[in-house]
Ligand binder design. Structure first.
Ligand code: 28G
Length: 664
């Protein structure tokens, strides 16, 4: 066997390929290269290979990519590009394609260093996939011959060889992920579908076919091609949300500044309090936004405010001309107060995509674009093109501007009402009456449990450790924040206690330094109503207290579903499997009576049980809510609450797994 996995320290010429270390390094620390060895890492293998095919499309040579999930969870990706070069690499003395698949190239995605640059640097990541595959087969079609090579865990016995003739060009890769590396090697069709669809939108016109033939009785597939690119993406997102459009056309802005390509597409709908941004840098989803998103918002602000300002000035001069003959007008000298960004963005649905020579990603999960040079590029393109759009489309412009002004009025009214409430002694500037507060003040210790329902609230209050755990019970159905105007949300009697208890204020006034509890825990039943409350609260936090989620303060409590007992021996189970395991554990080999109690709600647990299973920091498990979860809740929420029935049904059919707990 060739010893092609040794760490090599020489440079073989090409600037863009650096040999850092051998494939064994990848197998030793897979997380450095693919993030994790869980399901997410597993799916990353596919993305790495497909990305290479997309790079070939960006280079202008590939129009079609086939992605297949084959029986045994083998993945096959085929493109119709030029085919990876197979000629002998001058320094290595082996095929260039072999080099691409066996030598670790610069840019560990998750372990510092640079990131892959889409459009130009083919093959980065291919060696990582190879190293983490039980086996991988590579075929290259160069218009004359079919070249073939097989690898096992990155190693090969034979060099690349010709196995046939062809008149086609392209690359085909087949691989089976290594079961000794990944906890679970089963691919999820919907996860791959989401990703392929996203890439098809971002690379308008490119055809991506996805098929899943693992179950021969039920072969699934989808053909994805969107000529409209990100304009189609916005339309699709609006449909998914069941949104009613505020204006007919999606607005599309694009341009190139220096080496940076900027594209933005957006449309408003008739909802309240919803703004949805999806941004990408080099086709990579930036879940936490970054310089491109910030610059877009700033530019939108500027163009809308400039428009409103000059419109008002125009009106005033017209009035002055009329009134000049009658009397002096001093009441018309109103100072122009700029509309807030939130008001301007209310109900916007936007997709932003930038492409640049080299991306820098920031933040804990590397989900935020950091490149400062992107900001002026986006700002320039959006201000110039949107100003032009406004001039060309007065009808749409009027609709958008009117909406922004109305939204600002609602927000001002809400603020006033809030201030009035704060001042009135009866309502109290203080804490909500239903809150059972804790004694400590140190937010590294304090927690608040937001609990659904009366009896559960009672149990939680008795079961808690009152030194650092506060309890806030909530009653009844919550307000649907999407269909309600800002002033209603601010004054809602269900949400107001939450806002008051947390102490941070909301929306533009949100101030994280005022947060009274380091952990905000949502504790709801594992049933339909519980799921409803959970989704509503997450949506509320996502829209009005976003930093709370971004900075990792929000948690979901995980109460057990079953109590399994044999006399004094008690076990709590959080799933059916766990319940069955405990039943057999407790019964041993004897045929004894095992008592299984199913908890229908938190209220059925006594305070002691609730503490032991769900609230005691030593024993409980909690889920920390990430931006991705919250964004998903926000999306699900929109669909389930939206007034259009069709997208809702379609969404539920395709995402049944995800929404099974929700009331529909
Ligand atoms: C099917 C699954 C994944 C690919 C290509 C095409 C070329 C290429 C790939 O070149 C070496 C390094 C940088 C240029 C490039 C072919 C130029 C001319 C290619 C893929 C040479 C890699 N002819 N198609 N790599 N580069 N498809 N699909 O991986 O300097 S990778």
């Amino acid at each position: 066997m060739d010893d092609n996995t040794k760490v090599t320290d020489h440079d073989y010429g090409a600037d863009d390929i650096q040999i850092l270390e051998g494939l064994e390094a990848v197998r030793k620390r897979p997380g450095m290269y693919i993030g994790s060895t869980g399901t997410s890492g597993l799916h990353h293998l596919v993305y790495e290979i497909v990305d290479n095919a997309i790079d070939e499309a960006l280079a202008g040579y590939c129009t079609k990519i086939d992605v297949k999930i084959l029986p045994g969870d083998v993945i096959e990706v085929t493109d119709n590009g030029r085919g990876i070069p197979t000629g002998i690499h001058p320094k290595e003395g082996i095929s260039a394609a072999t080099v691409v698949y066996t030598i670790l190239h610069a840019g560990g995605k998750f372990g510092g260093g640079g990131y892959k640059v889409s459009g130009g640097l083919h093959g980065v990541g291919a060696s990582v996939v190879n190293a983490l595959s039980e086996w991988l087969e590579l075929e290259v079609y160069d218009g004359r011959e079919v070249h073939y090579q097989r690898f096992e865990r990155g190693h090969y016995d034979e060099q690349m060889k010709v196995i046939g003739t062809t008149d086609k060009t392209g690359t085909k890769v087949r691989f089976k992920p290594d079961g000794t590396i990944f906890h679970d090697t089963v691919f999820d069709y919907d996860t791959l579908l989401d990703r392929m669809r996203e890439q098809a939108f971002l690379n308008g016109g490119l055809l991506i076919n996805l098929t899943d033939s693992r179950d021969e009785e039920n072969i699934k597939g989808e053909s994805l091609r969107y000529e409209g690119g990100i304009v189609s993406y916005v339309e699709w997102l609006q449909d998914m949300r069941g949104a009613e459009r505020l204006h007919p056309d999606v607005i599309y802005l694009s341009g190139v500044v220096d080496d940076i390509t900027v594209e933005a597409a957006f449309q408003y709908n008739t909802d309240f309090n919803s703004e949805a941004f999806r941004s990408f840098a080099n086709n990579i989803h930036t879940i936490d936004g970054g310089t491109h998103e910030t610059a877009f918002k700033k530019a939108l602000n500027k163009v809308v405010n400039d428009f409103v300002k000059s419109y008002l000035e125009q009106q005033q001069t017209q009035k002055k001309v009329k009134k000049a003959t009658k009397k002096k007008d001093d009441d018309d000298k109103k100072e122009f107060v700029a509309l807030s960004g939130e008001a301007i963005r209310e109900a916007i649905n936007a997709v932003i995509s930038v492409k640049l020579p080299e991306c820098e990603f920031e933040g804990q999960t590397k989900g935020k674009l950091g490149n400062p040079e992107v900001a002026p590029a986006v700002y320039k393109v959006v201000t110039e093109q949107l100003t032009y759009y406004f001039e060309e489309h007065p009808d749409t412009t009027e609709i958008i501007v009117r909406k922004a002004i109305n939204s600002q009025a609602a927000r001002d009214a809400a603020k006033k009402a809030m201030e009035a409430k704060r001042k009135s002694a009866a309502d109290g500037a203080g804490l909500p009456g239903k809150l059972s507060d804790c004694y400590e003040k140190d937010t590294t210790r304090t927690e608040i449990y937001i609990v659904e329902g009366d009896s559960a609230g009672g149990s939680a209050k008795q079961g808690r450790n009152s030194a650092f755990q506060a309890i806030l019970p909530l009653w009844g159905k919550m307000l649907n924040v999407e269909k309600a105007r800002a002033d209603k949300v601010y004054n809602n009697d269900k949400l107001l206690p939450v806002v008051k208890a947390l102490g941070t204020g909301i929306g533009e006034d949100f101030d994280i330094t005022k947060l009274r509890y380091g952990r905000v825990v949502i504790m709801a039943d594992a049933d339909v109503d519980g799921a409803h409350i959970r989704t509503l609260l997450l949506t509320f936090f996502f829209r009005f207290m976003r930093p709370l989620i971004e900075e990792g303060h929000v948690y979901l409590a995980q109460p057990p579903l079953f109590k399994v007992s044999r006399g004094k021996q008690v076990r709590y189970a959080f799933s059916d499997d766990e319940r069955d395991a405990y039943i057999s554990e407790l019964s041993g080999d004897k045929d004894v009576k095992i008592d299984v109690q199913r908890y229908k709600g938190l209220g059925e647990m006594d305070p002691e049980q609730l503490w032991e299973t769900t609230m005691d920091p030593e024993r409980r498990t909690m889920i920390r809510v990430g931006m991705e979860d919250a964004a998903k809740a926000d999306m699900i929420f929109s669909i389930l609450m939206g007034d259009k029935v069709e997208p809702r049904r379609e969404f539920i059919e395709t995402n049944a797994r995800f929404v099974q707990n929700l009331d529909i």
